[in-house]
Design a protein around this ligand. Structure first.
Ligand SMILES: [Zn+2]
Length: 694
């Protein structure tokens, strides 16, 4: 469970086994304006407050987002290979270019240190498009043959285990892995989670509106196409695609919704292996675990027991041949991005073009950089950190972070709705938060991953199996609290309530998000707000249920809990009214944690900024007062254009609100904003009912 600031920059979403179960994501930005040399030589400079990005013809009290970002939106149409484009996306793209140069150098310089050799060879094997195309679907032949060789239902079990192991997702029936024990966060236990779907969410199967029906029809056509590419006749391919849809439909109906999964108690069902077996008697769990070969264990967290019961029914309802076809599709689908153009294009056309609105596939080099980042991220990350993240930048970022923590302490003490008992616990939790900046103290060791310069698909498989083994081997071991869930170049940040840590990788601590050349006001508005955002996740509807050590344990008095829920209800109601695209409203409950964090984060940043600059005489600049600069700096973190198709998907899957509401939804609740721009009651940016939690 990690809570990220921003998922919109990730174009290829990989569901890491159980890793993401608790994802509370947010992105953050970093600050500290003291070291003018810290902006990396390797990245182009973009200022954190850019007056040309504004549209001053708009009244800030009418639409503050448009006022702050209108110029940027107009000058920055979405590139054809993107489904959204914002300042985070721009930095992400800048990072890709820098990473490409690192990888090209590593690919050329043979024997230049084992780690660099591996990332260079991996990248080199990927960009050799001719070799990848020559191989066609040969790289997945062994898996297809294993499926074809299954002669009995019992024979399915070890094959599924092997396919999942090399896939690292939960697309094949369900996802196995390890997870922190919710009752004892120092321990890792075994876990299995729901999965098995090819569409982005269970709601895609259960909703009955016209668009959802069309999505399903198009998905079946895509599945049919893949079967055709695997050699099935048109009639067979059609029948097999219908089978896949029928199986997935049945699994989706028993899958938990994303909103349900925000409740940590709904995804906590620790049980003995015998009890787990009783949920799904048609699946031989002993044989399954034997095939996966994790460390010995007795207790497993079955996150979604209803799903497992339904799986039992579906297992019996479908013939062995149907299951084999289901597996054939999924193994081809999961691997399609790594296979020849025929497969990767078909996969792109459905998932990125049709569902999310991209017009063109990313050029191969970009995809290859992303694959290396996903699979050998802490090897590539070492080289990245050397280029862009100085010790001075790390120190200045940490300083800003500590200032925001001080503001949070101040706010907690001032809260008029929280009792002293709960306040004391909140402060204990706040002080226990681990601040992780830039990169891990200890790098992951990939020495055992065999990488060949001429075998891209093999490299993917081996690196994936390495990660799957790493996750499984955690079972029964103590939690490693120094571990990171995202790589150093990632333009994002997160809070993990089970570790009680906030993580700001080097990639998110660059201009225009953290801009050492800029005055304090926009940096606090931008990166300070992000830090505050992450901090408040420790106290949102989800994170607040975990204690200082990351155990699922209530530390609130019932009365305070009630008051907290009343206050967050205000935010739920506010965002539920917003329309994302066409007639699609935001899901106020799905986005609640992020919206509360956006609001709380900005309030904390404002307090910290005022405190940090209390002895300075602040001056107006660019026709903006210091307070106005703070808010424009805030708004410009998320200047963005978003495709309607992408917005439609996010309304179902993304816990973050669209850019416009992440800005306007916050300022309408801040009297400091109202004062900064002299807004009047009744204007759109002044809420009639102010929501305030922190
Ligand atoms: Zn967040």
């Amino acid at each position: 469970m990690t809570i990220h600031k921003n998922v919109s920059t990730i174009t290829i979403v990989i569901v890491l086994l159980i890793l993401n179960i608790f994802a509370i994501g947010q992105a953050s930005q970093t600050p500290t304006p003291t070291d003018s040399s810290s902006s990396s030589a390797g990245l182009p400079y973009r200022p954190s407050l850019d007056v040309s990005a504004m549209d001053r013809s708009v009244d800030p009290c009418v639409d503050f987002y448009q006022y702050s970002c209108g110029g940027w939106k107009k000058a920055n149409p979405i590139p054809p290979d993107r489904t959204s484009w914002g300042r985070y996306g721009q930095l992400y793209e800048d990072n890709l270019v820098l990473l490409r140069s690192i990888l090209e150098r590593a690919a050329a310089a043979k024997n230049h240190g084992a780690v660099d050799q591996k990332i260079g060879d991996f990248y080199g094997s990927c960009v050799d498009e001719a070799a990848v195309n020559r191989r066609g679907l040969t790289p997945i032949k062994p898996q297809l043959e294993a499926i074809a060789g299954v002669k009995s239902r019992a024979g399915l079990v070890p094959v599924v285990a092997q396919l999942q192991f090399e896939d690292l997702g939960a697309e094949i029936l369900f996802g196995p892995g390890s997870i922190q024990d919710p009752d004892d966060s120092d321990k890792q236990i075994a876990a299995v989670d729901q999965g098995g779907l090819g569409l982005p969410d269970r709601d895609y199967y259960t909703k009955d509106d016209a668009k959802s029906k069309e999505n399903r029809e198009r998905y079946v056509e895509y599945v049919q196409k893949i079967f055709g590419m695997l050699g099935d006749s048109p009639a067979q391919a059609k029948a097999n695609a219908e089978t896949v849809m029928r199986i997935e439909m049945a699994l989706a109906k028993a899958s938990q919704t994303r909103t349900e999964r925000r409740d940590p108690y709904k995804i906590m069902h620790k049980m003995s292996r015998a009890d787990q077996a009783a949920l799904t008697p048609n699946w031989d769990w002993d044989a399954y675990w034997k095939a996966l070969n994790p460390p010995p264990f007795q207790i497993v967290n079955v996150l979604s027991p209803d799903f497992m019961k339904q799986l039992n029914t579906v297992l019996a309802a479908e013939s062995l041949d149907n299951w084999k076809n289901y597996l054939r599709f999924h193994i081809a689908n999961v691997n399609a991005p790594y296979l020849s153009d025929e497969f990767s294009t078909a996969n792109f056309d459905f998932y990125q073009k049709y569902l999310r609105g991209a017009q063109e596939q990313e050029p191969r080099w970009k995809r290859c950089v992303e694959f290396v980042d996903q699979r050998l991220g802490e090897a590539l990350g070492q080289a990245y950190v050397r280029e862009v993240f100085s010790p001075e930048l790390k120190a200045s970022t940490l300083k800003m972070l500590e200032e925001i923590e001080k503001a949070m302490e101040l706010r907690i003490n001032q809260l008029d709705w929280m009792s002293p008992t709960t306040k004391q616990q909140a402060l204990v939790k706040l002080h226990a938060i681990r601040n992780k900046i830039g990169y891990p103290d200890k790098w992951r060791d990939y020495i055992s991953v065999e990488i060949k310069p001429d075998d891209f698909a093999g490299n993917m498989r081996k690196a994936t199996a390495f990660e799957a083994r790493r996750q499984l081997n955690k079972i029964g071991k103590p939690t490693d609290r120094n571990e990171w869930d995202i790589t150093p170049p990632t333009v994002d940040a997160y809070y993990n309530p089970q570790v009680n840590d906030i993580n700001f990788p080097a990639g998110v601590l660059q201009p225009p998000l953290y801009d050492a050349k800029m005055d304090d006001a926009p940096n606090y508005g931008d990166t300070g707000g992000t830090i505050g955002h992450e901090l408040t996740h420790a106290f949102d509807d989800e994170g607040s249920q975990f204690d200082a050590k990351g155990n699922l344990k209530n530390w609130w008095t019932p009365d305070d809990q009630k008051k907290f829920e009343e206050r967050t209800k205000c935010v739920d109601d506010q965002y539920s009214q917003y329309v994302s695209v066409d007639d699609v409203h935001l899901n106020g409950k799905l986005t609640l944690g992020e919206n509360v964090a956006d609001l709380g984060g900005e309030i904390l940043a404002y307090i910290a900024w005022k405190d940090a600059t209390k002895d300075l005489k602040l001056e107006a600049k660019d026709g903006l007062t210091p307070d106005q600069r703070f808010f424009v700096g805030f708004a410009q973190w998320d200047c963005a254009n978003e495709r309607p198709e992408q917005l439609r998907e996010w309304a179902v899957t993304n816990p973050h609100s669209p850019a416009k509401y992440r800005i306007n939804g916050v300022v309408v609740n801040m009297s400091e904003f109202e004062a900064a721009f002299s807004c009047k009651k009744g204007q759109p940016m002044v809420s009639q009912k102010v929501c305030k939690i922190w």
